[in-house]
Design a protein. Structure first.
Lengths: 424, 424
């Protein structure tokens, strides 16, 4: 389902150093399995996959079916890990231009744009709207603010606001639980021990994803299968190779990891990966800076830099098989000189572009991996999610940081709340 | 219209070194003005602004009016500089959710996705389609391939394909000129001496932008005004300060420049800037790696890294004034504890988030500038475009590279065409 090609990586790593790393990689992997490292109590995103809650999956699917039947729009209110996962999976698995059946999935409270939020409520006017507010504490500024406006909107327009508002929050405490109790909203629980960036396979991600018409059981079990495979103390797996390689690149002075997706629908997976790696590793003045590009588009923008700029980049290609696309036909009039491509599909041509690029970048001293998805389907995407979650945990432990906290996010928040005059 | 705040920059630069740079900055600026440096013949993007072609602007506006009247979709076929500028300006100046009057502006041939191009032609079926194909040579793989399919689509469905297809290409030569001659397509010229990434204010960008209902005269003259201001050998201007600062950061070991837009509609400007700086500077193993974030969204993803990761980042905030957005009201039920914000608008809250972030990142040793747009309108965006075009030319000359070529883009292309079996 997933394969990692390290062809353009190995030449850049000292084989002896890389080999000598194996025991440390195994230790880091076991530390994760045993929940014995820094932030070990925050690894429930892994253990919950080893003991799947089928009843919850069925319950979420049922609520999603109601939303799909009754709503024109599902407005998902959340920021960071409370929306990136859902957006990534929905973008990957639903059409880009053709309107799918069922409700439109929109996001709010993921920034503070005055323009967007003005437009949003005009856009929603006259539509049947459901709201899913997603926040563990209920006190994060962006979503709590958007939810205040969304609540007012729903209460003013519909006679069943209690049915149309669904809260996804912590088991207890926070600000959303009292609101829920007072208004009779439905509730899904963000389990303790699951940080935002690891929460896509909890109701945080699963409800919006199911409402978009995606089979969440396949998605979930795609992750379960890989979690089980990796749940062995002596497991050898591409996710561990990737973690080890990138750690060595970090230690030898590389600064930036560029994920290059070969399919535009995967750009959201890039944004989700960017949070996962940036927040998990970027502390104590360590970590590779995660950046995302979409090829071949950005070969005509970042490509020049990747080929010939400062040599501090590593690159991860994400490519996908399974759809051929339009096939070039032979034309009598060959004025555009493309007849040499006759019989080739878009997929075949895109594939050649990828191979040429991976080789050219390696020759330009940019080491690169390729992660290939056998299909663009829910099961495979589930595996992709777990692949990176496991890998970042291991690479975080190799870097000797706690991969499960994000202390630096508080710095601007404290200043912001102080300037806004928030009461303690 | 545009102001650059260097408050969080100056502490990170040695004042003496920075002061001593002034004569070199002036030289680089004059080299651009005199077209006497590397790639000097490729600076017509500047001189054309000093001698505005009003007749061309009027002609483009007239064609755009026809497209707006007759088309459901304008399909723009181009890649890199042939689409990033149009997309940036259109995203900045048109609504995100509310369908504007006039045709939908779609892009094609900006990548090789089999899924997108399959969907695209299904989506276009039954709609009134105009096509604008944009390519200097006509031989770039992605757009030439998409244009082959788009031509077939238009020829099969409409009895006036010659009217519906508009070619934007070089004055002569290439592959699109013969196609145009044979089929009677309308044509706009990409002037010699204007590289792709500097072409947004030629018909390359202006026709799609006008078709989106944007006042291209205001846009163009926003750039003209700034080009005239900067067309003085002794000019002192924020664009030169920005170029000089970032050069010094580069020389002292910074690796990455992160543009953080405070308004999601500006994300396309970020993508355009990324090409402009990446392709202009990223050569001879030099240049800052350009990356783009959208705040406050990405404060909950990249924010941790920016605050506490490897200290090789500089940051450029792009913020915009002029729209207040929804205003928080006092609620009797303050369960969400947001009444302390009563009377504040989204814009005011976003502004505080920005100020807090700029200060927190500076305290975390990330130098940062802020470029403020007084309004989100065509004239201001025109100025933004010229600001960066002038700045990158100067910073390129400071780096001692030719800012106007992109030799590294050929590496993967040669391998790709060879593997695809393209005849010479």
């Amino acid at each position: 389902m997933l394969t990692l090609d390290r062809r353009h990586v190995t030449d850049f790593l000292n084989a002896e150093t890389r080999g000598a790393l194996a025991p440390r990689v195994r230790d880091a992997h076991r530390t994760l399995l045993n929940a014995s490292g820094a932030g070990g109590s925050e690894t429930v995103w892994r253990t919950m996959l080893l003991d799947p809650n089928d009843a919850l999956l069925a319950d979420l699917a049922q609520t999603a079916a109601e939303i799909r039947e009754r709503a024109d729009v599902l407005l998902c209110i959340g920021i960071g890990g409370s929306y990136l996962g859902a957006q990534a999976v929905i973008d990957a698995l639903t059409p880009t231009l053709l309107k799918p059946d069922g409700p439109e999935i929109l996001f709010a409270g993921h920034h503070l744009s005055p323009r967007y939020h003005t437009e949003l409520f005009k856009y929603l006017d006259g539509k049947s709207v459901y709201v899913n507010v997603i926040s563990k504490s209920g006190s994060t500024l962006e979503p709590s603010l958007a939810f205040r406006f969304a609540r007012q909107f729903v209460e003013e327009r519909f006679d069943d606001p209690g049915r149309r508002i669904i809260v996804t929050t912590g088991p207890e405490g926070g600000l959303l639980n009292p609101l829920r109790d007072a208004n009779g909203y439905r509730k899904y629980v963000i389990p303790d021990g699951v940080g935002g960036r690891f929460s896509v396979l909890t109701p945080v991600g699963l409800l919006p994803i199911a409402a978009a018409g995606i089979d969440i059981r396949s998605l979930f079990y795609g992750a379960v299968d890989l979690a089980r495979t990796l749940n062995a103390p002596d497991a050898e797996h591409a996710a561990l190779d990737y973690a080890a390689d990138r750690y060595l690149f970090h230690e030898t002075g590389y600064k930036t990891e560029l994920m290059a997706v070969m399919e535009p629908r995967l750009k959201g997976i890039g944004a989700w990966w960017q949070q996962l790696f940036g927040e998990s590793e970027g502390k104590q003045h360590r970590g590779l800076f995660p950046s995302v590009a979409q090829y071949t588009t950005d070969l005509h923008s970042l490509g020049q830099y990747v080929q010939q700029g400062q040599r501090t980049l590593v690159e991860l290609f994400l490519r996908v098989e399974g759809t051929q696309g339009p096939v070039v036909s032979e034309l009598a009039d060959n004025t555009d000189q493309l007849n040499y491509l006759a019989g080739k599909s878009y997929a075949a041509i895109n594939e050649v572009a990828y191979e040429a690029t991976a080789e050219a970048h390696a020759e330009g001293d940019v080491p690169n991996w390729t992660l290939t998805l056998g299909h663009l389907d829910a099961q495979t995407i589930g595996a992709v999610l777990y692949f990176f979650e496991h890998a970042v945990s291991v690479s975080g432990y190799l870097l000797d940081v706690n991969p499960f906290n994000q202390p630096g996010v508080e710095n601007y928040k404290q200043k912001m709340f102080s300037r806004l005059g928030r009461p303690d």
